[in-house]
Design a protein around this ligand. Structure first.
Ligand code: NAD
Length: 386
């Protein structure tokens, strides 16, 4: 059988391993940069990371500026603010340290410094005219995979929705991943961000835009995340589980960048935009319901996911194995302590129609979904997750 032509892109250089953070200044020097601008999650400051940064940079006689205003998922204006400060500081490199929120701001700021304008001008696909300042992304959650994607996601408070800048110029030149940075992530955030990573892995695997290369990396991510998430949540000091989770979220991010996500993300965006529910939690609550809906459109792939997640599928039909995969994922979410439903999150049934309308505008992920979704289907999925 002749394969369709496919392409596969990976962000610049990836450095991975326990203690890799200590190499940061070497990386800055390797890139020939002298004046880095660091965009950091404010919540991280209590972990002592600022002191560590000061020690690292002063040891190498190198300075840096810090932008530490990221607290929660970012409104779009904060990218403009970060870019303005980076320009004033004459930054020659942008470093993002944090979860997806800080990294997304850092990536957008890098292209705003060189291209001018406001972040709002570049929402959508391929709207950024040219390259930005070079970027190093350092994730501290295992998580979004933003360190290897071409996307920055923002909340538009005026429109009560989330929207993204999607451009090849957002691909980080370097991703520096140190699993030890995730040791301080509390259990509930480990669970929600970990299941977000599992969503990226599963959604990119079942996406109709998947290629053999993306399927290979997404399936590896599904295995790593499903077999390590429980330990990372319940015994957060287990460095082996943290390392596997970070590797899994990295692979899931690469899968997502190449094959896209599907209806879970499309239906979850309005929950973030309208109700302020965190990205990871919104995806977690919707994942089983969307997969149940997708069963008839992705039977073979869901059956394969049952094997990847360690279900015993001997003597089972493809259909039975596919159903078992969805059950297993529901159990994993439960075991990680996420017992929320849309109802417990305060969503009102009478909002389902508006939420469905908003979800249907998130067209790129919906186009990747293995089963076409109507407005009524979207409302039914919200009902199922209620
Ligand atoms: P986050 O960055 O908002 O962080 C969640 C919480 O974890 C925050 O309170 C933060 O202070 C805390 N935290 C982060 N690292 C910590 C650490 N090491 N120790 C203790 N606390 C820590 O959450 P996230 O899920 O990583 O990112 C969510 C954002 O990323 C959303 O805006 C989402 O839309 C976006 N996103 C982007 C992409 C992409 O490709 N760019 C993909 C998926 C999601």
């Amino acid at each position: 059988m002749m394969r369709e032509i496919f392409s596969f892109t990976v962000a610049g250089k990836i450095i991975f391993g326990q203690g890799a953070f200590d190499r940061l200044v070497d990386c800055v020097k390797e890139m020939g940069k002298k004046n880095p601008f660091i965009v950091i999650d404010n919540g991280l400051l209590k972990t002592g990371i600022e002191r560590r940064l000061s020690e690292l940079f002063s040891r190498h006689a190198c300075g840096f500026s810090l932008f530490d205003k990221i607290a929660g998922e970012p409104p779009i204006e904060i990218a403009d603010e970060a870019a303005l400060m980076a320009s004033e500081k004459k930054a020659d490199l942008i470093i993002g340290i944090g979860g997806g929120s800080a990294m997304d701001v850092a990536k957008a700021a890098a292209v705003l410094v060189t291209n001018g304008g406001n972040a709002e001008d570049y929402l959508g696909l391929n709207k950024v005219p040219g390259p930005g300042l070079p970027k190093i992304m350092i994730p501290t959650t295992a998580g979004t995979g933003s360190e290897v994607t071409f996307t920055s996601v923002f909340i538009r408070r005026d429109l009560k929705k989330k929207e993204g800048i999607n451009s090849p110029f957002l691909y980080p030149e370097m991703a520096l991943l140190d699993p030890l940075l995730t040791l301080s992530v509390p259990p509930e955030i480990t669970a929600a961000t970990g299941i977000d990573a599992l969503c990226h892995a599963i959604e990119s695997y079942i996406s109709i835009s998947a290629s053999p290369a993306s399927e290979m990396i997404s399936s590896e991510a599904i295995g790593l995340i499903s077999s390590n998430l429980r330990t990372a949540v319940h015994n957060g000091a287990d460095t082996q589980a943290r390392e596997s989770m970070m590797l899994g979220s990295l692979y899931a991010g690469i899968g997502l960048a190449n094959a896209g996500v599907t209806a879970v993300h499309a239906l979850s965006y309005p929950l973030g935009g309208r109700y302020g529910i965190s990205h990871g939690l919104a995806n977690t609550v919707l994942l089983p319901s969307v997969l149940r809906f997708n069963l008839p459109g992705a039977m073979e792939k869901l059956a394969a996911i049952a094997e990847m997640t360690g279900e015993v599928c001997e003597n089972m039909s493809v259909r039975e194995a596919a159903f078992l995969a969805v059950e297993g994922i529901e159990e994993l979410i439960w075991d990680c302590g996420v017992v929320s439903t849309l109802e417990t999150l305060g969503i009102k049934k009478e909002d389902f129609a508006d939420l469905a309308d908003a979800a249907l505008t998130v067209t790129r992920p919906l186009a990747n979904n293995p089963r076409k979704i109507s407005r009524q289907n979207a409302m039914d999925i919200y009902e199922d997750a209620f």
